[in-house]
Ligand binder design. Structure first.
Ligand SMILES: Nc1ncnc2c1ncn2[C@@H]1O[C@H](COP(=O)(O)OP(=O)(O)O)[C@@H](O)[C@H]1O
Ligand SMILES: [Mg+2]
Length: 466
């Protein structure tokens, strides 16, 4: 995997990484707090034999083997019982002593470990003399010669100020490393099993057709869908205007100016995008007709606060003339044709001869005609509408549209030989004012390259006019 792609994935999935990091560090912190502190203190003693005066001069010398035996004795009751007695402890309570033999001399390092720093110090200092006392029981030759072992202090134990465990720095450090490793692992795993479209690359992998625009996810669009009008300088309006400009290049290649807007499934933002695109086009002075071609779930009129009961189907039924039912949008150059009453046979109606004639008549009076439509996967209405228009725009909802559904929609369009003019990636999560979480593709990526070769400069300055 290229490093850049890795970074892109990490940025996109920073939540799971942060969560795993916090969780593991939290556990490490809890373990650190809950672990009872343990202290150690070490005393060094020199063990020698001591013969009674006037005894045989062939004094026994402590061997390395003896010293190793004494280290073992530290664990036996022969040592622990008298130690407990001396320290005033119940046997085996809270302190243990371990020994280490020096490589070069009869020096023993005696390390006491326990939960009480004072106690471990006393235990380490008491261990040497005590060991010397019991030593002769484990060196028969020594006892035979009537010799004793003495322990000479080399360095006494000092009271430790810090515990040896838990070690907060080590525990938290390990927690950070482990948390990051788990988080990155989960992020890569989720990426591998991700079934949703997240970014332009995912769309490119399904269809070679250009991305005409990326529209940011803005929570306020739910209550205030007409973002181009209510917040003309915001990121949403800006992205719609960029889409408008890119459509001009599609226009050049198709030679037409009528578009049907669809998507693979409901709820991807067809209606919202179409209305705002129409507003942006009208805002640039073009005469625009917005038609609600979604005769199954019409929502253009309700979204815009217009009368929805009369419209396209009313004309098709012969009950009204276009001029009677087309509604003006304020004082702008935008006209809206709502769906009218919901018919029982939308597909038949959209594919009918009167519909073709009506559409032909309507388009002549406008610079642009945009038709909202139902989604492709469940119904074929958009294909029928596409026969009337010059181009088909496919809206894809970032983080929402399933790759499977988009693939299915693209394939059904290919089967009936309907070319997709381009995609609009809607609901793109923005990571900040100037970029999104996919590392700056937003706005100026390689999308629309096919449709708008060499137009980057124009697209950057697309706010002025269409
Ligand atoms: N870019 C966006 N950011 C936030 N919400 C959006 C965006 N685009 C659409 N929505 C919301 O998503 C919902 C579905 O949008 P809609 O246009 O009705 O989808 P469709 O026509 O494809 O069924 C609506 O509530 C709409 O306000
Ligand atoms: Mg809709």
């Amino acid at each position: 995997m290229p490093f850049r792609e890795f970074i892109t994935i990490m940025r996109a999935r920073w939540r799971v990484i942060t969560l795993s990091l916090l969780l593991v560090v939290g556990v490490a912190a809890a373990v650190t707090i809950l672990t009872p502190p343990r202290y150690t203190a070490t005393a060094k003693v020199y063990l020698a034999t001591d013969a009674p005066s006037g005894a045989d001069q062939s004094a026994y010398v402590i061997t390395r083997q003896d010293l190793n035996t004494y280290v073992e004795v530290l664990k036996s009751p022969a040592f622990t019982d008298p130690l407990a007695e001396e320290l005033d402890l119940t046997a085996g309570a809270g302190v243990s002593v371990e020994g280490e033999v020096s490589e070069t001399s009869n020096i023993l390092s005696l390390t006491a470990t326990g939960s009480d720093p004072e106690l471990v110090t006393r235990a380490a200092n008491a261990a040497g003399p005590l060991l010397a006392t019991v030593a002769k029981d484990f060196s028969p030759l020594l006892a035979l010669n009537d010799q004793t072992v003495t322990a000479q202090d080399i360095s006494p134990a000092v009271t430790p100020s810090d515990p040896v465990s838990p070690d907060p720095v080590r525990n938290i450090g390990l927690g950070v490393l482990l948390g990051l490793a788990i988080g990155i692992g989960l992020a890569l795993l989720r990426q591998a099993v991700d079934t949703r479209v997240r970014r332009v690359e995912d769309v490119n992998a399904i269809s070679p057709r250009p991305i005409l625009g990326e529209v940011p996810l803005e929570r306020q669009r739910r209550d205030d869908p007409l973002g181009v009008e209510s917040d003309p300088h915001g990121g949403y309006a800006e992205s719609i205007r960029r889409l408008r400009t890119n459509l001009l290049f599609v226009d050049v290649t198709t030679g037409g100016h009528t578009f049907v807007v669809t998507s693979s499934m409901p709820g991807e933002g067809k209606t919202t995008t179409t209305i705002n695109l129409a507003l942006a086009m009208a805002g640039a002075g073009s005469r625009v007709l917005l038609i609600d071609g979604d005769l199954r779930n019409p929502s253009v009129a309700s979204t815009m606060g217009l009368e929805g009961g009369i419209g396209l189907t009313t004309i098709l039924l012969g009950r009204a003339e276009p001029v009677d039912v087309i509604q003006k949008w304020g004082s702008s150059t935008l006209d809206v044709l709502a769906a009218g009453q919901i018919p029982p046979n939308p597909s038949e109606l959209l594919g009918s001869e009167p519909m073709a004639l009506l559409f032909d008549k309507l388009t002549r009076d406008y610079d642009f005609v945009l038709v909202d439509s139902p989604p492709i996967v469940p119904v074929i209405d958009a294909v029928l509408l596409n026969k009337l228009t010059n181009g088909l725009i496919m809206v894809v909802a970032g983080d929402r549209t399933r790759k499977r559904d988009l693939t299915s929609a693209v394939q059904s369009l290919e089967t009936v030989e309907v070319p997709i003019s381009g995609f609009v990636l809607n609901m793109v999560r923005t990571g900040g004012p100037n970029g999104n979480r996919y590392g700056g593709y937003y706005g100026y990526g390689h999308h629309a390259r096919d449709a708008a070769k060499g137009t980057r400069g124009a697209r950057k300055r697309s706010t002025s006019s269409i």
